[in-house]
Design a protein around this ligand. Sequence first.
Ligand SMILES: Cc1cc2nc3c(=O)[nH]c(=O)nc-3n(C[C@H](O)[C@H](O)[C@H](O)COP(=O)(O)OP(=O)(O)OC[C@H]3O[C@@H](n4cnc5c(N)ncnc54)[C@H](O)[C@@H]3O)c2cc1C
Length: 378
Amino acid sequence: MTQNSKTVSEAEIAVIGGGLVGSATAYGLAQRGARVLVLDEGDIAYRASRGNFALVWVQSKGLGMSEYAAWTKTSAEQWSTLAKSLRDETDIDVAHHQPGGFMLCLSEAELEARINAMRRLHNQPRMVQYPYEILDHDETKRRLPAIGPDVVGSVFCPLDGHVNSLRLFRALHLAMARSGVSYRPNSHVESIKPDRDGFLIDGPWGQVRVQKVVLAAGLGNARLGPMVGLHAPVRPSKGQVIVTEKAAPFLHHPIVTVRQTDEGGVMIGDSQEDLGFDTVVTPPVISLMAQRAVRMFPLLAGLNVVRTWSALRVMSPDGFPIYDQSQSYPGAFVVTCHSGVTLAANHALTLAHHILEGTLPASLEAFSSRRFHVSSAA
Ligand SMILES: Cc1cc2nc3c(=O)[nH]c(=O)nc-3n(C[C@H](O)[C@H](O)[C@H](O)COP(=O)(O)OP(=O)(O)OC[C@H]3O[C@@H](n4cnc5c(N)ncnc54)[C@H](O)[C@@H]3O)c2cc1C
């Protein structure tokens, strides 16, 4: 293949996508001494990383894949290390707090369903053990005094936490830069071609040659994967979020759908809608979310809403992450998930190491997209 005159080889690894997943992975790679280039499409892209709910959430994760529960738990456990490393590198406090989180139930049927789901989760073969408690109204009220009478009970897990998501995004980008990552915004990757000892990556901005490529392009991975023998059949799942004006601190634990941020605003989230690439905010969904939140915490009725938005989650067919190295073109990896905040610690502190080593360990085999071939052949 002839080399285009604009071809440069300024890095050994290119990470495509500078969202939470790409930036956490790139940061981890650079921390281990790799020369990394991040190519990021820019503001025209769908960016889950700018619209999420900011939970570092463990309970309820992994029903159907116990490896995911274990992976999530490890990430939650490593989160303080990531937060400290980001603070040391950038002076940014990402407001990581892990006081334990609640799932509040507004009817006996909801509580029963939640308890059953937790039992099924924990009864799975090879399920990692962690504590959780089922609480009635009175005990929930004792721990969360602001709840209303409609809350019949809750499930509490001490591993759950949250962060300031926008500050996390900012800190990751600054930490990448300080670790020597070269970040190129407005760099849409059009094609990736396996080439001699690596890959030739092309876009309207030019061309680069690298030894390894990591696809971390969120919803863009579905198109890019097949270029290097990878399969990432991700689709959008819309989530709408409400944020209120700032209030005096009243909620010291994250609830899966309500959390008070470190700055005082209350976030209410987040719907799960299968509507393709649709990002319209819809009043009926927003008002349903608000009504449920007010039943949980009646004082929310007195707060003004300052903003609503929607963003698209990056969802695989079974909802679990996809981590894979191409069998036909080793050196090409895909990293994609719908819980990029929770898993940021694993991506930076664990996965980056394996990518650099050039092998994904057996413990990550469950996340290969080969699982989709098996189920579609069955
Ligand atoms: C409403 C909502 C609530 C959420 N709540 C939580 C939560 O509480 N906790 C949690 O852990 N996670 C949560 N998430 C998920 C989390 O935000 C995502 O997992 C994470 O943002 C995904 O990051 P990403 O980098 O894979 O994707 P994105 O943020 O979508 O980033 C992908 C990047 O790739 C770039 N790109 C795409 N195609 C190309 C291309 N061809 N060339 C170059 N660049 C390209 C884009 O520019 C973009 O910057 C939530 C998501 C949503 C939408």
